[in-house]
Design a protein around this ligand. Structure first.
Ligand SMILES: CN(c1ccc(C(=O)NO)cc1)S(=O)(=O)c1ccc(-c2ccccn2)s1
Ligand SMILES: [Zn+2]
Length: 380
């Protein structure tokens, strides 16, 4: 296919860093709840020839003292201790519960090593942006937005995003964090809810009993960070056009006033139609439109993964986002490769929009956008 296709908005001139190593992929392949996903994603990106258009960057492992720039010492020491436990029965369950190790964050051998490698990959990506090595830095193994200072949560053990933002803060004073995952980016919002130096914007499903339960429109941040936390609560069934219209309106009003110097975007793919979470009806089109909008700001941009439990759809989506960043057009068909059979029955690169009923009302969404636009005026 052509290097840059006229109909694809040309981002061909961006220098795109892609952080990966065999060690990182192998470690992420062992993560509970997404076992094997990292390999499926990377293999499709590689088979599409996209590695020829990126600067591949080998990640380092996150050092303990830099992980403790966010996480508490006792929590990290606990993760270190269970790292070498092969028989989880030996772990004191009371202490495990205290640190959020439970059904959705099981005790697992080597979990610290894996989480520290993922954190190191996001730190490596952030450093590449700070040093001007690239304009966009991608780590599809990152994006673990629920992890809190002293506890694991929602499949997340170490919050690589918070660590990446702290690294970017050494160079940039105003950073916008965008969370496109189906779930509220609570761990990142909590970490920066009282500071105006990081504005967090999360679009997510918000419904009684739906994890994590936070992220109401009224959640706007605290003290000096008031109005620097922006939440867009959504209902089941939202489709591409509506989702992107809301994103564009909110992101435009926030960035016009806030004037960010860098962007971090978590692209959790569990909002896609066909994801086992069974909530939104999105396809790669709205995720791509959101990333196009972000890249058009021409700011250093850190792009991360997150949720996504249909591995083939997650791989399709993140391959499209990688192609958007490098300005490449993708083929209609999935090329033959090791995981080709995962893409049956259609073997197409595009994701079919679902037809779950859309519970979102246009007037309600526009109300939320108007209120956010109003709040944005209050950003100093
Ligand atoms: C722990 N939970 C999370 C937390 C975070 C996420 C996430 O993707 N965050 O971005 C997903 C589920 S949870 O309680 O809602 C669930 C656990 C397992 C779930 C599941 C499993 C299979 C099919 C549908 N849902 S939901
Ligand atoms: Zn999610």
């Amino acid at each position: 296919y052509s290097r840059v296709d006229p109909e694809v908005k040309n981002h061909g001139e961006l220098r795109v860093g892609y952080v990966y190593s065999k060690e990182l992929i192998d470690a992420c392949n062992d993560l509970p709840r997404i076992a094997g996903r990292a390999g499926v994603v990377h293999s499709l990106i590689e088979t599409l020839g996209l590695l020829a258009d990126v600067i591949t960057i080998s990640p380092r492992k996150g050092k303990e003292e830099e992980i403790q720039r966010f996480h508490s010492t006792d929590f990290i020491e606990f993760l270190h201790r269970i790292n070498s436990v092969s028989d989880e029965e030996k772990v004191n369950t009371e202490e495990a519960e205290l640190y959020g190790l439970s059904y959705d964050c099981p005790v697992q051998e080597g979990i610290y090593d894996c989480a520290a490698l993922v954190a190191g990959a996001t730190l490596t990506a952030a450093e590449a942006l700070c040093e001007g090595i690239c304009d966009v830095a991608i780590n599809w193994c990152g994006g673990w937005h629920h992890a809190q200072r002293s506890s694991a949560s929602g499949f997340c053990y170490i919050n690589d995003i918070v660590l990446g933002i702290l690294k970017l803060r050494e160079t940039f004073s105003r950073i916008v964090y965008v969370d496109l995952d189906l779930h509220h980016g609570d761990g990142v919002e909590d970490a920066f809810s009282t500071t105006p130096h990081v504005l967090t914007l999360s679009l997510h499903k918000y419904s009684p009993g739906f994890f994590p339960g936070t992220g109401a429109a009224s959640d706007v941040g605290l003290r000096r960070g008031k109005f620097y936390s922006v939440n867009i609560p959504l209902m089941d069934g939202i489709r591409d056009a509506q989702y992107y219209a809301v994103f564009k309106r909110v992101m435009s009003s926030v960035c016009t006033v806030y004037q960010p110097q860098a962007i971090v975007c978590q692209c959790g793919a569990d909002g896609l139609a066909g994801d086992p979470m069974g909530a939104f009806n999105l396809t790669e089109v709205s995720y791509s439109d959101c990333l196009h909008h972000i890249l058009d700001l021409k700011l250093p941009t850190l792009v991360l993964g997150g949720g996504g439990y249909s591995y083939s759809n997650t791989a399709r989506c993140w391959a499209h986002l990688t192609a958007v960043a490098v300005g490449r057009k993708l083929p209609q068909e999935v090329p033959d490769h090791r995981y080709y059979m995962d893409y049956s029955p259609d073997f197409e690169m595009n994701i079919q929009a679902g037809n779950r009923p859309d519970l979102n009302k246009d007037e309600e969404l526009m109300d939320i956008c108007s209120r956010v636009a109003g709040d944005s005026e209050l950003l100093s």
